[in-house]
Design a binder for this molecule. Structure first.
Ligand code: AMP
Ligand code: MG
Length: 434
């Protein structure tokens, strides 16, 4: 058995960010910038009004209240087509360009319209400073300035910043294309009746979804029976279409552990058959196959559904994040209070226990804010999910995270325990360390 960190180091050594490509901002959503993005235009591109009000010359209204002649109206998306002269004003809407001559905007709430025989006039009730309520060109970003630095992930608001700055082609690490193949003669696709000795292929849809959640493009490459030739052909056909391959099942020492046989053949001496000192998910295989364009890392995960999910979390997900160029490669972690004992016995392995997280009750033993004085203040309580067998995927479905139990006797009620937060919606609530 090898320690988990050695196994992680081994796979990460073979993973490098994909070479940059140029994509439009919309296509780059979810990708990481491989070069800083430089503004092509000033943002905003022209001086415009921050308010609905009147564009005027500040010098004219020093002695407010004063009455000015209204020479026109300028709407967002239009220009006035005239100059605002001394003792004149133009009605202006938010985002409309400041007309020439004007240097400030008085908000409409501080004005009063006076319709007289000589046309429209406005009473400006309060003085304004030059530049007041005017958004100058480049006030957000100047053309030529870096909008977003290398390493930033393009999310919805980054997209807006890049588009407003006129960036049309971004150098990004492309989203890794990750092929998923499940293996097993006993497997049936969802929606079909189960025959004798059959089970649903739940790993493939799970892995496809985990791949997508990790920010990659999942390529569902289907399922192979426990038959060497068909799996080898499926892998071979995929090497030109994907950057990474994830296989489920067949990595132990069963008679039909076909992944083992096929990778031994295709990967040869480069294939690692690991027994990792963790529970669940001890067996694991890794190799790098040569694809037509580039080397393709191949992960062989155990078939037991919880083991598959845990291997993915601990070994595949960080690798995919590295390949995608992400700076944050891990899930958030937090320290929770054990709401129930998390017992285990010494066996030389690190155990990963599925737990649910809940805000901690302040009066619970060892809880933050409790009256027992001292100790760490913990905001979350962790409770083990029922059914911790590696075949019991429901427990993973119930879990918010994996409690990390070092070799030993486990954790008593009230003690602190480290939790990897796998529930993505809950994880978003933490400012977690990578
Ligand atoms: P294996 O790693 O192929 O020896 O499979 C270990 C256990 O996981 C067996 O009980 C399999 O039936 C089960 N299993 C394998 N692949 C899948 C899958 N894709 N979906 C659900 N269970 C699976
Ligand atoms: Mg199998």
């Amino acid at each position: 058995m090898i320690p988990l960190d050695e196994a992680q180091a081994l796979v990460l050594r073979a993973c490098v960010p994909l070479s940059p490509v140029e994509l439009s901002p919309a296509d780059a959503l979810g990708c990481v910038l491989a070069a800083s993005a430089v503004a092509q235009v000033d943002v905003p591109p022209f001086a415009n009004s921050a308010m609905d009000g009147y564009a005027l010359r500040a010098v004219d209204v020093r002695g407010a209240p004063v009455t000015l002649d209204v020479v026109g109206r300028v709407l967002a998306g239009a220009t006035l087509g005239a100059e605002v002269g001394p003792r004149q004003a133009a009605r202006i809407m938010t985002g409309a360009p400041l007309p020439p001559g004007a240097d400030a905007v008085c908000m409409v709430e501080r004005t009063r319209v006076e319709d007289g025989a000589t046309g429209c006039r406005v009473v400006i009730e309060a003085p304004v400073e030059p530049g007041e309520n005017v958004r100058g060109p480049g006030g957000d970003v100047h053309a030529g300035e870096v909008v977003l630095d290398v390493g930033v992930e393009v999310g919805p608001t980054q997209l807006a910043a890049l588009i407003s700055a006129g960036c049309t082609a971004l150098a990004v690490h492309p989203r890794p294309r990750v092929g998923v193949i499940s293996t097993g003669d006993e497997l049936v696709d969802p929606g079909h009746p189960l025959g004798p000795a059959q089970i649903y292929d739940s790993n493939r849809p799970m892995l496809v979804a985990l791949v997508a959640e990790a920010g990659c493009t999942a390529v569902d490459l289907g399922r192979s029976g426990d038959d060497e030739e068909s799996l080898a052909a499926r892998i071979d056909g995929a090497l030109g279409r994907v950057d990474v391959l994830v296989l489920s099942g067949g990595v132990s020492v069963g008679d039909m552990d076909v992944v083992r046989m096929v990778l031994d053949r295709l990967g040869g001496a480069a294939t690692h058959w690991l027994q990792i000192a963790i529970r669940p998910a001890r067996p694991f295989s890794f190799t790098v196959l040569s694809g037509p364009d580039r080397p393709v890392p191949v992960f062989g995960l155990p078939g037991n559904p919880v083991s598959s999910a845990v291997s993915f979390e601990l070994l595949v997900r960080p690798s995919l994040r590295v390949i995608g160029g992400h700076r944050v490669t891990g899930r958030p972690r937090l320290v929770a209070r054990a709401a129930e004992p998390l017992r285990r016995s010494p066996d030389g392995k690190t155990h990963f226990v599925r737990v649910q997280l809940a805000p901690d009750a302040p009066d619970a033993p060892g809880a933050g804010g409790g009256g027992d004085g001292g100790g760490e203040t913990l905001a979350w309580a962790a409770r083990p999910c029922p059914g911790q067998g590696s075949h019991q995927i429901r427990s993973m479905g119930l879990a918010d995270g994996l409690a990390v139990l070092a070799d030993g006797d486990g954790v008593e009620v009230g003690e602190a325990v480290d939790v990897i937060v796998t529930n993505a919606s809950l994880a978003a609530a933490f400012v977690g360390a990578p």
